[in-house]
Design a protein around this ligand. Structure first.
Ligand SMILES: Cc1cc2nc3c(=O)[nH]c(=O)nc-3n(C[C@H](O)[C@H](O)[C@H](O)COP(=O)(O)OP(=O)(O)OC[C@H]3O[C@@H](n4cnc5c(N)ncnc54)[C@H](O)[C@@H]3O)c2cc1C
Length: 387
């Protein structure tokens, strides 16, 4: 029985694991935690419209199906020896794991090291991207009574294109709800020439105008101190609350193992094998794909990876898959009710050029659809519903 080791038990990793578990493989998922926290609804923790307990899943129910779990952080890959190295944890002592196929899917990390002053003043910054930091951001937005707020998106690609603009709108909503919106300036700085994804930028700028959020594009933050951020062109923006997404990249063991510089190199979006190694594949946000980094692309890439392994092993059981996605961007609530409206958009990546579409009307119903979509993924990949 061929041994498939999957590095990362998130959307892409569990997509591969659950697709291949019934096909006669020995499957081990290595995840740094004993649980998984979903990403898309993290911004709604700010307004209290989402709760932590609805977002978390454990691996036990998929364990029943035969998927093995090793808890620990992978810190080294040796593709020539077909080995990966995992740190010891309280529930796992494994150090060295060998494989027949390796699927690399640890997602991305946030790297502020290119921003001068970040190592000293990192604690001034928060984002919606991480569970602890969103909690801090929530506390700051709900307790401060006046000042300047700066929200920032780095150069694309980064994980979840609309999350920074979502952050700005949700902050507006909370301050309006608290009756102190006029005591704050909110500035949204984007390192790209348009807010992301670009085909929704027209709607975002209209909503920002109504919310009186200052929109600055094409400005990359390269320096920070305790009071201001400074962009490449020398502009300074004062902040009392900072929600700056750091540039994204693959964990450094990818580069150290010669598997790619910023992300893991792959042959093509459909053939996710590493160009040098037939038995090393990658999926999800960490893979170097010419697409936005989001959950649907992560899942679709995992199906392409699973199909490739089945093809090599002569299993004629391919799963139907193509690259396309539907997305919902939280747009907050202009009047300050804690009931978020969302923008719905789609991008079909099978047509050339890729075909975007969107509904210009913001709807509360779309926020609910996004929640249903997120919960459906969790149920599909972890085999149980939230009660
Ligand atoms: C705030 C936020 C909002 C988002 N909004 C949307 C949205 O609206 N729509 C959308 O489609 N997508 C959205 N996303 C993006 C979506 O969550 C990701 O694209 C998706 O989770 C990527 O899947 P992945 O498997 O590559 O990474 P993940 O799902 O992050 O899984 C990676 C797994 O690998 C584990 N891991 C990491 N490093 C190691 C290591 N060294 N050793 C062992 N295990 C490791 C992690 O613990 C994790 O369990 C959002 C994400 C965030 C954070």
């Amino acid at each position: 029985m061929k041994k498939i080791v999957i590095l990362g038990g998130g959307i892409a990793g569990m997509g591969v694991a659950t697709t291949l578990v019934s096909k006669g493989f020995d499957i081990t998922v290595i995840n740094k935690d004993q649980y998984y926290f979903t990403g898309p609804s993290r911004p709604l923790l700010l307004t209290g419209e989402q709760k932590y307990e609805r977002m978390v899943r454990g691996y036990e129910e998929v364990g029943k199906k035969g998927i093995k779990l090793t808890v620990g952080s992978v810190y080294k890959i040796d593709p020539d020896e077909r080995k990966i190295y995992v740190s010891e944890t309280t529930s796992s002592t494994t150090k060295e794991v060998s494989y027949d196929y390796l699927v690399i899917a640890p997602g991305i990390i946030f790297d502020g090291s290119s921003i001068n002053g970040y190592d000293k003043w990192w604690w001034k910054n928060t984002t919606v991207y991480d569970l602890g930091r969103v909690n801090v951001l929530k506390e700051r937005v709900w307790t401060k009574t006046e000042g300047n707020i700066v929200v920032y998106a780095p150069k694309a690609p980064y994980r979840c294109a609309p999350a920074p603009t979502e952050t700005a709108m949700l902050i507006h909503t909370i301050l309006k709800y608290r009756g102190i919106r006029d005591k704050f300036n909110i500035t949204y700085i984007d390192a790209n020439d348009k807010t992301q994804p670009p085909f929704t930028a027209d709607i975002v700028s209209q909503v920002f105008e109504k919310a009186k959020i200052n929109l600055v594009t094409n400005q990359e933050i390269i320096e920070m101190n305790d009071k201001e951020v400074i962009t490449k062109s020398g502009e300074k923006y004062k902040f009392d609350i900072l929600a700056m997404l750091e540039p994204n990249r693959a964990p450094s063991f990818i580069k150290d193992s010669g598997l790619g510089d910023d992300y893991v190199d792959v042959r093509s979006p459909q053939d996710l094998r590493h160009p040098k190694y037939d038995d090393v594949l990658s999926a999800g946000d960490v893979a170097k794909l010419p697409f936005p980094k989001n959950q649907e692309i992560a899942f679709e890439s995992s199906l392409f990876a699973a199909n490739k392994i089945m093809e090599i092993e002569g299993i004629s059981d391919k799963v139907p898959v193509q690259y396309a996605f539907v997305g919902w961007a939280y747009m907050g609530n202009l009047e300050g009710k804690l009931e978020t409206y969302s923008l719905q958009f789609r991008l079909d990546l099978t047509s050339k050029p890729p075909k975007p579409s969107k509904d210009p009307e913001l709807k509360k119903e779309y926020t609910l659809q996004k929640d249903n979509w997120e919960q459906a993924y969790l149920e599909r990949l972890f085999s149980y519903k939230n009660i």
